[in-house]
Design a protein around this ligand. Structure first.
Ligand code: B12
Length: 215
C-alpha cells in the first residue's frame, strides 16, 4: 500500500477510511513513525495549504482534522513508550479562545514518545487554568500552542499569571504554533520556541532529563 491512500482519505475528510487505512498500513509492517510522517502529516499539511490558498473551506478542514485524529488514535499508542517514573511531567494545551488542536496533538504524541508523563488540557485553556494546574501538578514543562494571531497574545497572559502566582520559576515554558516566532517567544519571556513537533522531540530527548534533575 502506498501512503497516497491515507493522504487522500485525510484530504477527503474520511475519518473511518483514514482509521482503516492506517490500521492496514501498520498491519502490513510499515513503522508507525513512517505512517505518521509520510501519511497523516502530509495529508493534513496538504489541507492546511489548500485552506491558505482558499481552495477549501472551514467544514472540509474540520473533517480533515477529524480524520487526522482518527488515524492518530491508532498511531499514538505505538509511539508511546511506558511512562518512566521521574522522567518528567509535561502539561500541554492550546490557549483560551483558540480551538486548533491538530498541531499540539502531534507535539503531545512526540513528547509521549520520550517517556515523559503528559497532562493534556485540550483547547481553549485560560491563563488561570494553566497556572492552577502548574500549582497542583508541579510539571517540569508547560507546552503552549496558539494558531491565531489574535490568541497568541494569551501566551503572554499565561506567563504573567504564573509570575503573579509566584510559579514562573518552577516550570520551563515552550511555545509554538504557526504564527509564533522565536522573537515573539523571547519578547513574552518563554524559555523555548520550536517550529514543529520533530524539533520538540529532539529537544526533549536531549534535554528533558537535565531539566528534571536541575529542579
Ligand atoms: C485546521 C484548521 C482549523 C480547524 C481546526 C480543527 C482542529 N481540531 O484543530 C477549524 C476549522 C476549527 C478552524 C477554525 C478557525 N480557523 Co483555522 N486553520 C486550520 C488550518 C487549515 C490548519 C491548522 C492545522 O491543523 N495544521 C496542521 C498542523 C500539523 O500544523 P500546526 O497546527 O501549525 O502545528 C505544527 C506547528 O505549528 C507546531 N506547533 C503547534 N503547536 C505547538 C505548540 C508547541 C509548544 C510547539 C513547540 C510547537 C507547536 O508543531 C505542529 C506539528 O509540527 C490553518 C491553516 C494553516 N496553514 O495553518 C487555519 C488557520 C490557523 N485558521 C485560521 C482562522 C482565521 C480560523 C478561524 C477564525 C476561521 C473562521 N473564519 O471561523 C477559526 C477560529 C476558531 C478558533 N476559535 O480557534 C487562520 C489564522 C489566521 C491568523 N494568522 O490568525 C489560519 C492560518 C488559516 C488562514 N490562512 O486564514 N481552523
Amino acid at each position: 500500500m502506498s501512503f497516497e491512500k491515507i493522504i487522500d482519505a485525510i484530504t477527503e475528510g474520511e475519518a473511518e477510511d483514514t482509521l482503516e487505512l492506517t490500521k492496514q498500513a501498520l498491519a502490513q509492517g510499515y513503522p508507525a513513525k513512517a505512517v505518521l510522517e509520510k501519511g497523516l502529516l502530509v495529508g493534513i499539511n496538504g489541507v492546511a495549504e489548500k485552506f491558505r490558498e482558499a481552495r477549501v473551506n472551514v467544514p472540509e478542514v474540520l473533517m480533515a482534522a477529524r480524520a487526522m485524529h482518527a488515524g492518530l488514535s491508532v498511531i499514538e499508542p505505538l509511539l508511546v513508550v511506558p511512562v518512566r517514573r521521574g522522567f518528567g511531567k509535561i502539561v500541554v494545551g492550546t490557549v483560551a479562545g483558540d480551538l486548533h488542536d491538530v498541531g499540539i496533538s502531534l507535539v503531545k504524541t512526540m513528547a509521549m514518545s520520550t517517556g515523559a508523563s503528559i497532562i493534556d488540557l485540550g483547547v481553549d485553556v485560560t491563563p488561570k487554568k494553566f497556572a492552577n494546574v502548574t500549582r497542583r501538578e508541579k510539571p517540569d514543562i508547560l507546552m503552549i500552542s496558539a494558531l491565531l494571531t489574535t490568541t497568541m497574545t494569551v501566551m503572554r497572559s499565561v506567563i504573567e499569571e504564573l509570575e503573579a502566582q509566584g510559579l514562573r520559576k518552577e516550570v520551563k515554558i515552550i511555545v509554538g504554533g504557526a504564527p509564533v516566532t522565536e522573537d515573539f517567544a523571547k519578547e513574552i519571556g518563554a524559555d523555548y520556541y520550536f517550529e514543529d513537533c520533530f524539533r520538540v522531540r529532539d529537544f526533549l530527548e536531549e534535554n528533558l532529563s537535565k531539566i528534571v534533575t536541575a529542579r
